[in-house]
Design a protein. Structure first.
Length: 622
């Protein structure tokens, strides 16, 4: 039979269960505004009955109930929804960072405006056009010099602004890595505390919330996935690589990049291997710095290099009003100082490479003439060398187009004298120098006897930049050395021309070296460069370059903004859904407290009644 005190025990269990439920509801209300908190619920169940259905039970009518017990306290949480939020959070922060930085880039280009690079270049061309009309005036030459200085300053300012954004990105990367490492360490520490609590049979809900919050914050930095092993070991991965494994947290670190950028690459602290981060704010920062911004700087440098080279090529072969010739209009300090381009690439004090930007053949070519030759031209490309075949029926223009369409890092065109020109472009890999012709080879005779660039066909006559005296394989071709730093940051008008504007060369010398009075053919030729096809990267003319540059930044900024708005809307829906499930509703919690309070009062009343009954039995029966 049941104990006489069973009623009191039943009431006690009810008091404890209702009290636990009231405390849990109060805990929910207290943490209604706590970041990452999930509301908790007490799981109540019937206490095991007094008699179980077996052969040893007493002869009683049915089972005798023993009241209620609080089985556990768990979080109200949708795990699938949480995984979706973690997965989407990295995309939201990725586009947010890209949108912010592209707003900065749009401000740098400042197109169209009176102070923009394009406007200053237009004025520079106009000054040369004016000089071609009035070559006898000193004022026209002064205008060319002044507008050249203004243009150089505008280009330098754009380069400094872009480099400043790069420095800001590099600093943000370092700070974000520290934040990521801190989150990883805290997750590992929480795993340790959770493991201890679970070993005691508890449900450490608040610790779960803190860990999930750290994972969500981590997911805004990088592409994060989580899983739990069979031994309940909680793990966090970044792009497939383990970041946290139970109580152990790996760390990210930085190493200086071995170039002139001053940037740091992201590596794993334990293996020193490069860390590939594809999403989140850190992925966006790395991509912006190493891809987007690098492309913008390379594009500006490409325009600057070609612009200076074309203007200088005409100017140095022309004559000024004071009969000075052989002067470059633009100069730059950090060029390779060695006359044949020999350069110490690895910094060990020994010249080990040739930094050559341009090779110009000695023979005049007809672009529409069939070459009547067969062979294969080999030039440096993104990933190794590229072979470009040519055939007897090809015209000179066809071969040039084939070189330029090959995605190699050497470009070709015919200059004003119809000589073949090969130029080094920007390198896709940061390990290779920009504006350096790394390899040129011809199995036939197009680049040798036909155009007059190489002296010999085949591998033995190949130009390769890893040879410090590579120019020795050239025929009588002219060449120009390369810069070792960003040319757009250091260009300026030749001081010799600034000190004497009469040195501005506007005329071409005759065969005997004399100049005809009033000749301004060189000034007109420089002015015509504005709309000439000169292969500025992927653009044909200088105007094409400016149009493409502004359009590219504008479209990418628009793309980032639209994707951010779309991702923000998705995340808002997911977070609203989560709040409806896991968020704390004050009114609902207060209603639960009232309900549990009535249950508590009823349990107390039951105990009081059972106490009176027992008092009657014990003290009232004589």
């Amino acid at each position: 039979m049941a104990s006489a005190f069973a009623g009191i025990e039943m009431g006690k269990r009810s008091l404890m269960a209702q009290s636990t439920a009231i405390s849990t509801a109060g805990h929910n209300i207290s943490n209604a505004d706590t970041e990452g908190y999930s509301r908790q619920r007490v799981n109540l169940k019937q206490f095991d009955p007094l008699y179980r259905p077996d052969l040893s039970r007493a002869e009683t009518a049915g089972q005798i109930g023993q009241g209620i017990s609080a089985e556990s306290i768990t979080r109200v949480r949708d795990e699938l929804l949480e995984k979706r939020i973690v997965a989407q959070s990295s995309s939201e922060s990725y586009w947010e960072v890209r949108s912010q930085y592209y707003s900065m880039l749009e401000g740098v280009y400042n197109e169209p405006a009176e102070v923009s690079v394009r406007t200053n270049m237009d004025k520079f061309w106009e000054a040369w056009q004016e000089l071609s009309l009035y070559p006898e005036t000193k004022a026209a030459r002064q205008a060319v010099v002044t507008r050249g200085e203004t243009l150089a300053e505008a280009i330098q300012q754009r380069q400094k602004s872009l480099a400043g954004i790069g420095t800001l990105l590099n600093g943000d990367i370092d700070a974000t890595i520290k934040q990521l490492n801190d989150y990883a360490t805290r997750i590992a520490e929480l795993n340790k505390e959770i493991e201890r609590s679970e070993a005691m049979g508890d449900h450490p809900n608040d610790l779960y919330d803190q860990r999930d919050l750290m994972v969500e914050k981590l997911s805004s930095i990088a592409n994060v996935t989580t899983d739990t092993r069979d031994n309940d070991e909680f793990m966090v991965h970044i792009d497939g690589h383990v970041l946290v494994q139970g109580k152990v947290a790996r760390q990210l670190d930085t190493e200086p990049v071995l170039d002139n950028s001053g940037y740091n690459k992201v590596v794993w602290a334990d293996t020193r291997a490069v860390a590939e981060i594809s999403d989140g704010s850190l992925g966006a920062l790395i991509e912006l710095r190493d891809v987007d911004l690098r492309n913008e700087l390379q594009s500006l440098d490409t325009m600057t290099m070609n612009f200076m080279d074309l203007v200088n090529d005409i100017h140095r072969n022309s004559v000024g009003a004071n009969n000075t010739t052989g002067l470059d209009f633009f100069v730059e300090d950090p060029f390779v100082t060695n006359a044949i381009g020999s350069y110490d690439r690895n910094g060990d004090g020994v010249e080990d490479a040739s930094y050559i930007f341009r090779l110009t053949g000695t023979n005049k070519l007809d672009p529409q003439q069939q070459i009547g030759l067969e062979g294969t031209i080999t030039i440096s490309g993104h990933d190794g060398n590229i072979d470009i075949p040519y055939y007897a029926a090809d015209t000179v223009e066809t071969v040039i187009n084939r070189i330029n369409d090959s995605n190699g890092e050497v470009k070709a065109y015919l200059d004003r004298n119809n000589n073949l020109v090969l130029k080094g472009s920007t390198a896709s890999s940061a390990d290779n120098p920009d504006f350096v012709i790394r390899h040129v080879e011809d199995s036939g005779f197009f680049l040798t006897g036909y155009s007059g660039i190489l002296a010999e066909s085949g591998p033995e006559g190949a130009f390769d930049f890893e040879n410090p005296t590579a120019v020795n394989v050239l025929a009588d071709a002219q060449y120009t050395v390369s810069p070792v730093m960003n040319p757009s940051g250091y260009m300026k008008v030749n001081p010799a021309i600034v000190n004497d504007v009469l040195s501005v060369a506007a005329a071409k010398p005759n065969s005997d070296g004399t100049v005809e009075i009033g000749d301004a053919s060189s000034a007109l030729e420089i002015a015509s460069l504005r709309n000439s096809k000169v292969m500025i990267g992927n653009a044909d003319t200088f105007d094409d370059y400016f149009a493409d540059a502004v359009t590219n930044v504008g479209l990418k900024g628009e793309q980032a903004q639209m994707n951010l708005e779309n991702q923000t809307a998705i995340m808002a829906d997911l977070r609203t859904m989560r709040d409806s499930i896991s968020g704390v509703n004050i009114d609902e919690e207060l209603a639960d407290i009232i309900k549990f309070q009535h249950g508590y009062n009823a349990a107390a009343k039951l105990i009081s009644i059972m106490d009176n009954l027992l008092d009657t039995v014990i003290n009232g029966l004589v």
